[in-house]
Design a binder for this molecule. Structure first.
Ligand SMILES: Cc1cc2nc3c(=O)[nH]c(=O)nc-3n(C[C@H](O)[C@H](O)[C@H](O)COP(=O)(O)OP(=O)(O)OC[C@H]3O[C@@H](n4cnc5c(N)ncnc54)[C@H](O)[C@@H]3O)c2cc1C
Length: 475
């Protein structure tokens, strides 16, 4: 078999070597002639159509150890897939070996210590469903089909972030297979440098087999406000929402979405299928208190239609799921923003009007609260004090429209740059075009990251979505 090496050359790999690997695995080894190959190589983004040399479908940490040892011994190019939802799709590479964790989705709960252990291939829904059974939740993202692994390793913003910080702020430890093939525990006291690095450094340091989170008690029902206003009101509504969130209690996390209301008979005719702004607020606490705190969201403009209501946290996390089906075409980029002033409002409104696809949207995320109570160098994730982020999400189904949709997203991202403090949220990375800016993206954390990389992965086996090159002799 022809396979790419870690240095980018192509070499021959004897099938007897693959047989030896297969004999060590509990999970299946999927070669291109395997009946599952076509299905297993897919990721969420239909733009990504790559053919790995072969796929190791790990079922246990021992399988991951065997796979990493194989990669190192044969100097192979590697990719690692958790939930397969990163828009750049670098969890699958042409001609490389793929470590697929989609058979490792177990979740276990320690209710006494409110700790949740999640395997490296789990999706947010796997975590939410188990945790909710014990009245617990972990702060993750806003769409339940997203992978826990990728989201966590690059930060993780979601419905509980302003109260409890981003996902990595709730990470207690990891079990990780490092490049030497060792299953290593890392937490604040043991291998603390590695634990610092995985909290923001992406997939550069090894394969995480288990994430252990500190969970938080939640009410059985919570309140999600989602008042929706016609596009004619979007600038005033968004300006007022931003103002309100600046003073809102940290129990309230929120985002505003510039999108099209569903073309659905149940949606009132005045907004059905039309451009709208939805101001979403998720309240951590009782339903009654949530209704009280989010009352101003219903007064940001006139005559809103509400898509929200009371529901369990599990359902809150599924609220947007239908908008992001597997296999559609996606190109997403996010710009951090210093402010939402008239110029920013104008840019957002202009691009809202100019979407080539009615499925596309731009979301404005509100930060602050617990997110900014962590210093930029406490974890590898550097962006702590920015108040807003705009995620520009081009979503479409017609392959002939790819260029127009990508251009729309890129142009909006560029237009927002002059209102941005810089940086890049690596969980919405487009096609990872800015990889060469990696030093600037990690800012003052870059040097430490590259030294830790040199200690744990000197041969740069793990490239992640954005590769942090090893430099120096370790910490
Ligand atoms: C519909 C949708 C909604 C989203 N919503 C949010 C949101 O609310 N908040 C937010 O912050 N982000 C959100 N994101 C972005 C999301 O965080 C990233 O796409 C993330 O990379 C997804 O993780 P994954 O495991 O599914 O990715 P994958 O594509 O499987 O992996 C991405 C990269 O992570 C690394 N990796 C994956 N698994 C492991 C592992 N076990 N060990 C080591 N490295 C690993 C690899 O380098 C891989 O290339 C959303 C994405 C989508 C598609």
């Amino acid at each position: 078999m022809q396979i790419e090496t870690v240095t980018g050359t192509i070499r021959e790999l004897a099938t007897t070597k693959l047989d030896e690997l297969d004999a060590r695995l509990q999970g299946p080894l999927v070669l291109p002639d395997h009946e599952d190959y076509e299905q297993v190589r897919q990721v969420w983004n239909g733009m990504i159509d790559r053919r790995p040399a072969f796929i190791v479908r790990c079922m246990t940490a021992e399988d991951v150890v065997a796979a990493v040892n194989f990669v190192r011994q044969h100097s192979l190019r590697l990719s690692v897939r958790g939930g397969g939802h990163n828009v750049a799709g670098k969890s699958v590479l042409d001609g490389a070996m793929l470590i697929d964790l989609s058979l490792m989705r177990g979740v276990s709960i320690d209710p006494d210590n409110q700790r949740v252990r999640v395997e490296g291939g789990a999706l947010l829904d796997d975590l939410n469903v188990e945790a909710q059974k014990y009245g617990l939740a972990v702060p993750t993202g806003v769409v339940s089909e997203t992978g826990v692994a990728g989201l966590t390793l690059h930060g993780g913003y979601g419905w509980l972030s302003r109260k409890f910080g981003i996902t990595i702020d709730n990470l207690a430890s990891v079990e990780i297979v490092t490049a030497d093939g060792k299953l290593t525990h890392a937490d604040a006291h043991t291998n603390a440098d590695l634990f610092w690095a995985v909290r923001g450094g992406g997939g550069n340091f090894g394969v995480v087999t288990v994430f252990e989170f500190q969970a938080h008690p939640i009410e059985p029902q919570m309140w999600l406000a989602a008042p929706t206003y016609p596009a004619s009101q979007r600038k005033e509504v968004l300006a007022r929402f931003a103002n309100f969130m600046g003073q809102a209690p940290h129990e309230l996390s929120g985002l505003a979405s510039l999108w099209n209301a569903p073309d659905d008979p149940e949606v009132p005719a005045e907004i059905r299928g039309k451009p709208v702004i939805t101001t979403v607020g998720c309240y951590y606490g009782s339903v009654d208190k949530g209704k009280e705190v989010t009352k101003p969201l219903y007064e940001l403009g006139s005559s809103p239609v509400d898509f929200g209501g009371q529901m369990p946290f599990v359902e809150i996390n599924r609220f947007f799921d239908d908008d992001y089906p597997d296999g559609h075409f996606y190109y997403w980029k996010a710009a951090y923003l210093d402010r939402i002033d008239d110029e920013v409002l104008e840019i957002l409104a202009d691009f809202h009007d100019r979407r080539p696809s009615p499925l596309s949207n731009t979301d404005i995320w509100f930060f602050g609260g617990a997110i900014s109570q962590v210093a930029p160098d406490d974890t590898a994730y550097p962006q702590r004090y920015t108040p807003f982020m705009a995620s520009v999400e081009a979503n479409w189904t017609d392959p002939d429209q790819s260029q127009a949709n990508i251009a729309w997203a890129r142009q909006q991202f560029e237009a927002l740059q002059k209102h941005s403090p810089g940086g890049l949220y690596l969980n919405f990375p487009g096609f990872a075009e800015e990889e060469h800016d990696i030093e600037d993206i990690y800012a003052t954390n870059f040097e430490r990251l590259s030294r830790i990389k040199a200690k744990y992965d000197p041969d740069n086996l793990f490239r992640g979505t954005f590769n942090i090159p090893p430099r120096g002799g370790g910490e």
